[in-house]
Design a protein around this ligand. Structure first.
Ligand code: ASP
Length: 375
């Protein structure tokens, strides 16, 4: 299909968006945040929160060739200011300002981009005239970015990561409501001190636990423990709190992190090839998250390659590819004997984030294990 034909609806979207001014460029002036659980649109203008919306790309910035393209489209093409302008209802609930940091699919996030984004968020959070941050983000790795921010930002102010499963051009597009809800959540004082949040599909999830579970459905985001709350009819409703330390309670500070060590994830399956372990070691990985079967079980033919990697100084962390549940230390494998680590309940892609951060603090395997049990 021709690129011009594919982008036609986008052009229409941009044109209509450009007619709506004053939202994306609203100046941020100090103002108290809206009261907790206040319905949208009922708070006085003077009580609107100041929210910066950082654009990074993803489907929420995507456009398809036709309205029926709900799952086949080009992601990361619509600038954040245009996305904001296409939801004029937002200006009734907050003073918002857009800032484009990236325009990428979230599968293209790497350590450098993650650090750059987190440092910018940290800078903005220090501004007295910023009450909260919303980050528009692709859904593929939203859970990794949210977990990284959850562990490294040093502020109680709300930070909400939001995406969409359908581009703005699609029938049943979910981005506009998700963005509106994200701004609502970020504006609400009840969201303070809850760590980095992820808002999609009417739900507020903690950045620690949320994960994408379906390739195309809007109800793809799940936590094994359920959402923290709902957003409905302009109300932010919390029902539970994150139990693990986050943001101001952690030992990781994004202002002091300029580089992350290489941590590889190796997926386990029947008849897997041990060469994957050697490749990770040769490429300079400081740790391997072994995304094992069941409760972190390791095939008999994989034990020696993993022990050999550990003998070369590479940390071995047993995770479970089941997607939930706790990997028991010294259960399926003698971790004490092999000097291996278990992830607690953390899934492999989040364990990679935590291990990379942990390695900026210590090389002591016991301390590394404690970090997994703590966060
Ligand atoms: N590949 C896209 C991304 O993660 C998918 C999405 O945003 O839903 O950027």
């Amino acid at each position: 299909m021709q690129r011009t034909a594919r982008l036609k609806p986008l052009a229409a979207l941009l044109l209509s968006a450009s007619l709506l001014t004053g939202v994306a460029h609203a100046q941020l002036s100090p103002a108290p945040a809206a009261s907790a659980n206040a319905p949208a649109g009922t708070t006085a203008e003077a009580r609107k929160a100041n929210i910066v919306i950082i654009g990074t790309g993803g489907t929420i910035a995507g456009a398809g060739a036709a309205a029926t393209n709900t799952a086949a489209y080009q992601s990361a093409v619509v600038p954040v200011d245009k996305i904001i302008a296409s939801v004029p209802e937002i200006s009734k609930i907050a003073n918002v300002k857009g800032e484009q940091v990236f325009q990428i699919g979230s599968e293209s996030f790497n350590n450098e981009r993650l650090i750059k984004l987190a440092k910018r968020v940290s800078e903005l959070l220090k501004q007295p005239d910023v009450d909260g941050i919303v980050i528009t983000h692709g859904t593929d790795t939203i859970e990794e970015t949210a977990y990284f921010l959850n562990l490294t930002l040093k502020s109680d102010k709300p930070v909400v990561v939001v995406g969409s499963m359908r581009p703005g051009t699609a029938l049943g597009a979910d981005g506009a409501l998700n963005l509106y809800d994200a701004v609502l959540v970020a504006s609400n004082p009840a969201s303070k001190g809850k760590g980095t949040l992820v808002v999609l599909n009417d739900e507020i999830q903690t950045g620690r636990d949320v994960t994408k579970t379906n390739t195309f459905k809007v109800e793809t985001f799940r936590s094994p423990f359920g959402p923290l709350g709902y957003v409905v009819e302009g109300r932010t409703l919390y029902f539970r709190l994150p139990a693990r330390p986050h943001t101001t309670q952690t030992e990781f500070d994004i202002d002091k992190i300029d580089k992350l060590p290489e941590v590889a994830v190796v997926y386990a399956y029947g008849n897997m090839n041990p060469a994957a372990i050697d490749a990770a070691v040769k490429s300079g990985a400081k740790a391997i998250i072994f995304d094992a079967t069941g409760n972190g079980s390791v095939g008999d033919y994989m034990v020696e390659p993993l022990k050999a990697a550990r003998a070369k100084g590479v940390f071995i962390v047993r995770a479970s590819r089941t997607g939930s549940g706790v990997v028991i230390r010294n259960g399926e494998q003698p971790d004490d004997k092999y000097d291996w680590i278990v992830t607690d309940d953390q899934i492999a892609q989040k364990a990679r984030i935590l291990m990379a951060l942990a390695l900026t603090k210590t090389n002591d395997p016991k301390a590394l294990q404690e970090i997994f049990w703590k966060y």
